[in-house]
Design a binder for this molecule. Structure first.
Ligand SMILES: Nc1ncnc2c1ncn2[C@@H]1O[C@H](COP(=O)(O)OP(=O)(O)OP(=O)(O)O)[C@@H](O)[C@H]1O
Ligand SMILES: [Mg+2]
Length: 258
């Protein structure tokens, strides 16, 4: 299901300071980052460094304290319809079927229902769940529920998909399977993706580039291009190159968190 809908992202000198009950908390301090059209970029950084804050900025839910953020060359001024979000938990409505859950953004955004229905059918096939359209979430495994979350995030054909640790709640085996699935879905759909993870192998497996952030307040420590051929497979993870990327990122991470 290929579309030409892709969005590039750029942050320049981004600063984000929260007003908390205990005074100002600076979460991001002078972050420069880019995501090109159709690129898969992972964000890796210590816990609490400001990763989810960055996603809130990209999605327009939060305003920068300083610096500029752009999507598709235009300044981000508020919440936007042309991005999709996939959360750590699938957050499906238990009383709605798989199909109804996927169609939810069509209703909340007031989009064309006929087109939405056609896209839902195509997305159900893309995520391999076409037989489960009329099942309820509790009848599906965690991995299947997360795939519904991905389909729901893409139903309104966003140019950029934001994923905040989408596989963190899954067991190790399902997680590996979902990495391969996500790569396949991304290669077929051709969207820009910003993917937050705590897993170095997951970042290396999936990404065109990995951006490593510092401890809070976050700035960019490393922009690493992952030049492994696609599609990446289980064998890829056994190669020397894959191991070298992981080792380099782990060393960097140890340095940051020391
Ligand atoms: N609404 C808020 N008000 C005040 N401080 C906040 C708010 N949201 C986040 N913070 C603080 O900003 C910092 C960055 O938070 P953020 O959620 O972006 O981190 P993170 O990198 O996503 O962490 P994790 O890896 O644990 O998910 C943290 O110190 C957090 O306590
Ligand atoms: Mg977070």
């Amino acid at each position: 299901m290929s579309t030409s809908n892709k969005l590039a992202f750029r942050a320049k000198g981004l600063v984000v300071t929260y007003d908390s009950s205990r005074g100002p908390v600076k979460a991001i301090d002078g972050l420069d980052a880019t995501v090109a059209d159709g690129e898969f970029v992972s964000i890796l950084g210590p816990s609490g460094c400001g990763k989810s804050t960055l996603l809130k900025i990209v999605s327009g839910l939060l305003k920068p304290s300083a610096g500029t953020v752009e999507l598709g060359g235009a300044s981000i001024t508020g919440p936007r319809r042309d991005i999709g979000i996939v959360f750590q938990q699938p957050t499906l409505l238990p009383w709605q079927t798989v199909l109804q859950n996927i169609l939810l953004p069509i209703r909340t955004l007031g989009l064309n229902r006929t087109e939405g229905r056609a896209r839902a059918d195509a997305l159900l096939r893309l995520v391999g769940l076409e037989k489960f359209a009329n099942n309820y979430p509790h009848e599906l495994s965690g991995g299947m529920q997360q795939r519904i979350g991905i389909a729901r995030g893409m139903i309104h054909d966003p140019g950029l998909l934001l994923m905040d640790e989408p596989f963190a709640a899954l067991d190790a085996m399902t997680r590996e399977h979902m990495m391969a699935e996500l790569q396949r879905i991304w290669m077929a759909a051709g969207k820009s993706v910003i993917f937050i993870t705590h897993s170095i192998p997951e970042a290396v497996f999936l990404s065109d580039r990995v951006l490593v952030l510092s401890q809070r307040p976050a700035h960019l420590v490393k922009d690493m291009t992952i030049a492994l051929p696609r599609p990446r497979t289980e064998e890829t993870m056994g190669t020397r190159e894959f191991g070298e990327y992981c080792t380099a990122l782990r060393a960097l991470f140890n340095e940051i968190t020391r």
